[in-house]
Ligand binder design. Structure first.
Ligand code: MRU
Length: 350
């Protein structure tokens, strides 16, 4: 049994007293400050600015934003609400393009609105609660399933932040790592810095420290060296979108980890809830890849580090082809190649 009170201490998205409180992830680890969002556009802005981030967390925040927008509508019928909420749903959907969880959560909210009657407000709120509750349950299930794949004494390496901060709680890849440590299977945990936003350095090792899990931070560029010297047996990452053939969009740098892992015979595991699977998109080439302001690369810790006049390019996700993946862990089970067949089977099992 996993002691969740010990291994899951942080909550980043909290709906209380008709407000959405978001732990401002730009200010961690040194300041734990919540942003109070009173309307849906404040949530859309927080998603675009990375105050809340991580694929499942932005889906959950988006769902709660619809509850806020519903609260602002006054006494209207379900039919009127369906029309009035379209622009705000569209603005939320546009906040970030790559993680399909945002569009998925908003589609669920639209679906409930489409069939609700006079009880539409209660139904919308209940749907947001379900999205959040189901995500936590999925993470706990995936944690146990993923940990079972790891041989005792293994070293693992993760990228970006996939923990409680990025989800309803416990985490996806970080949930597997938490479970693997709790069950005594993982001997070493390495986390990459994850430039330029430093999700690994600022968030992942901080989250693990709260749990009392011993983790070692490495520069992104040290990963292949660790694999080549036998310190890592599994690379374990999350996902922002998994296509029907099993290609995986995740934080920029994931692809080079997968290539190095295959070269050195290290196993590569992707952990994501079914809300990250996009069966309507066949190949990774069809996933929209977010490019952020190149200015994010020109400074470090708020200080400019690059000569004036230098150009930068800032794609923030990349696509790992299915062929480089050993296992995709979802709450519907552990999937293995051929992933198109496995995903189709899991899709039908809903
Ligand atoms: O830009 P971010 O910080 O939102 O990117 C996050 C990632 O790439 C995560 O690996 C992914 O969303 C999975 S989080 C459980």
């Amino acid at each position: 049994m996993i002691d969740y009170a010990r291994y899951d201490r942080v909550r980043a998205v909290v709906f209380r007293d008709d407000r959405l409180r978001l732990l401002d992830q730009r200010r961690l680890p040194f300041e734990e400050v919540f942003i109070d969002c009173e309307d849906a556009d404040a949530v859309a802005q927080a998603i675009a600015d990375l105050a809340v981030r991580g694929a499942p967390a932005i889906g959950i925040a988006g769902a709660w934003a619809v509850v806020l927008a519903a609260g602002a509508l006054g006494e209207v019928s379900a039919a009127q609400a369906r029309v009035s909420l379209v622009p705000v749903l569209d603005r939320l959907n546009a906040a970030r393009p790559t993680a399909v969880n945002l569009a998925w959560a908003l589609a669920r909210m639209r679906g409930v609105l489409a069939e609700a009657g006079d009880d539409w407000r209660a139904r919308v709120r209940a749907e947001a609660e379900s999205i959040e509750r189901e995500d936590l349950a999925a993470n706990r299930r995936m944690g146990a399933q993923g940990a079972a794949l790891i041989a005792p004494g293994s070293g693992v390496l993760t990228h970006c932040n996939t923990g409680s901060l990025a989800t309803a709680g416990f985490g996806t890849a970080l949930g597997v790592i938490r479970a693997g440590v709790a069950l005594g299977r993982i001997a070493r945990v390495f986390a990459t810095e994850t430039r330029p936003w430093m999700q690994g350095a600022r968030l992942t090792v901080w989250e693990l420290q709260q749990d009392g899990i011993d983790a070692t931070l490495i520069a992104d560029s040290a990963a292949a060296h660790l694999m080549g010297t036998g310190q890592v047996q599994w690379v374990i990452v999350g996902a922002d979108r998994i296509t029907a053939q099993g290609d995986v969009a995740n934080k920029i740098g994931t692809l080079q980890l997968a290539i190095a892992a295959r070269h050195f015979g290290v196993k590569f595991m992707v952990v994501a809830p079914w809300s990250t699977v996009d069966m309507a998109t066949r190949s990774g080439a069809d996933i929209p890849i977010e490019e952020r302001d190149p200015a994010e690369l020109l400074t470090s810790g708020g200080r400019r580090t690059v000569a004036e006049g230098v150009r930068a390019l800032n794609p923030v996700f990349d696509v790992t082809p299915a062929a480089l993946i050993d296992a995709i862990v979802t709450e519907r089970g552990v999937l293995r190649a051929p992933f198109d067949v496995a995903l189709r089977g899991a899709s039908a099992s809903a």
